[in-house]
Design a protein around this ligand. Structure first.
Ligand SMILES: [Zn+2]
Length: 205
């Protein structure tokens, strides 16, 4: 009976390598190494930010009624009513739910659609794009990668912009931070994009 008890874990460990001769089993799979390596490899993957999760009750305490409706219930503010629709100061736009900087004034443009428009989100996988089939339309929803708050939608209908994209974002989902008030860590994380390399002026022909 004892032999059976001892052997069972070994059989489980080599279940996927059943062709190994039984004599090699004890040295073939050292389980200690395998288990120790897993947490180490997970922790080495550095993330820009940690996700924020709150209960709906906590969000209701943290947000205004309008913010809660748009950010947590995927609402939409009325066109041409948002605080940042015609706002073009220099600075950054952070998520109104969690404060993560999501957009910059450099990528904001006047789309005349009634909501703030950006041709790109800030680098660093700060927003998540998800297919949205609500209201009988096929759209791409944009949410904050840190808190999951609903921001708006992104459309490929801005051919005059560098990316051709229009991130149509609710003002109420954003908080504007003037450039001078951006914190040191935000500036560090939010380094400006590298300038495009100018075309070499050399004329070979
Ligand atoms: Zn957020």
């Amino acid at each position: 009976m004892r032999n059976y008890v001892v052997c069972l874990p070994l059989v489980a460990l080599i279940g996927c390598e059943a062709t190994l001769p039984i004599a090699e089993v004890p040295t073939a799979v050292p389980p200690v190494v395998t288990e120790a390596a897993m947490p180490e490899s997970n922790s080495s993957a550095k993330k820009l930010f940690e996700k924020i999760e709150k209960t709906e009750e906590e969000w209701k305490k943290h947000l205004s009624e309008h913010e809660y409706h748009v950010l947590r219930e995927k609402g939409t503010e009325r066109a041409y009513t948002g605080e940042y629709d015609k706002h073009f100061e220099h600075g950054a736009y952070a998520c109104a739910g969690c404060g993560l900087v999501l957009f910059e004034s450099e990528t904001k443009f006047d789309s005349r659609c009634g909501w703030p428009a950006f041709y790109a989100a800030k680098a660093g996988d700060r927003v998540v794009e998800t297919a949205d089939h609500s209201f009988g339309m096929v759209r791409v929803e944009v949410t904050c990668a840190r808190c999951g708050g609903h921001l708006g939608h992104v459309f490929d209908d801005a051919p005059g912009q560098p990316t051709g994209q229009r991130f149509c974002i609710n003002s109420v989902s954003l908080d504007f931070i003037p450039k001078a008030k951006l914190k040191a860590e935000q500036l560090e994380v939010d380094a400006p994009p590298k300038p495009a390399e100018p075309a070499p002026p050399k004329g070979e022909e």
